[in-house]
Ligand binder design. Structure first.
Ligand code: ZN
Length: 251
């Protein structure tokens, strides 16, 4: 979904060249679903190669990602979650930090509900911490109206600049993860809160669902899988520190 791109007032309207302007996009909410029936194992020698990772947003052919050279701050809202939930969130964040080469700073608990209203609508001067927490369809628009099998939803927003001369740059600047407290899952292992949180953090970093159903980023949580798989990890590497810093000129 595209939100209105706010045009920055730069006092350059008399110039013939297009003025630089701000660009922004709110992601489609991406979630994960619990498999209702066992997923069949795909044939090894499938004729078509399933994609093992996919990016949520591309800008001029490049994946939109956080600036991995700056620390990412995050907060938790576990008041309505399972006992031991905070430890699972911390472990999952540490795993994502390890796989992307990014530094995550825990800013403590939050009472904010993980919903779209938490996200800024204009480019923030200082990034709001990523919010991860347990909520329900009554408190969060991200879970409202979703099928029962949906375990969690994530929404991100990116902001950037278009210099009016064909160069565009953007970075993810905020994200919120809503875990559905009405689902009863074990904390760790396959089909767990840990696996669900890792999947959602993959969305936070900029990954979409691949067609390969055996990756942890698949739209339906693969059975027996408790950690990010090879394709997931390849995608995360391309979004992380190894891919260089993200600099937005003029932002
Ligand atoms: Zn998902």
């Amino acid at each position: 979904m595209l939100i209105a791109a706010a045009t920055a007032a730069l006092g350059l309207s008399a110039l013939a060249a297009p003025a630089p302007h701000a660009i922004a996009q709110l992601s489609e909410a991406d979630g994960i679903t619990l498999a209702a029936t066992p997923t069949p194992t795909p044939a090894r020698a499938a004729a078509t190669k399933a994609s093992s990772y996919r990016f949520s947003s591309l800008l001029d052919g490049q994946p939109v990602r956080w600036n991995p050279c700056a620390p990412l701050h995050w907060r938790s809202n576990t008041a309505r979650g399972p006992a031991g939930g905070l430890a699972v969130l911390k472990e999952s964040v540490a795993r994502i930090g390890q796989l992307t080469g990014t530094t995550w700073v825990y800013d403590g608990t939050s009472t904010a509900a993980p919903n779209t209203a938490y996200l800024p609508t204009t480019a923030p001067t200082v990034d709001k911490p990523v919010l991860l927490g347990w909520t329900d369809a009554t408190s969060s628009d991200l879970l409202r109206g979703r099928p029962q099998q949906v375990l969690a939803m994530t929404r991100t927003v990116w902001f950037g600049m278009d210099d009016g001369a064909g160069h565009r740059a953007a970075a993810i600047r905020a994200a919120v993860v809503a875990l559905d407290r009405t689902d009863k899952l074990p904390l760790r292992g396959a089909t767990s809160w840990s696996a669900t949180t890792l999947h959602e953090l993959g969305h936070v970093m900029g990954l979409d669902h691949p067609s390969d159903a055996q990756q942890l980023m698949a739209a339906t949580l693969p059975r027996g899988v408790s950690d990010l798989q090879a394709g997931d990890r390849t995608g995360l590497t391309k979004l992380g520190r190894a891919a260089g810093c993200v600099v937005i000129p003029g932002a």
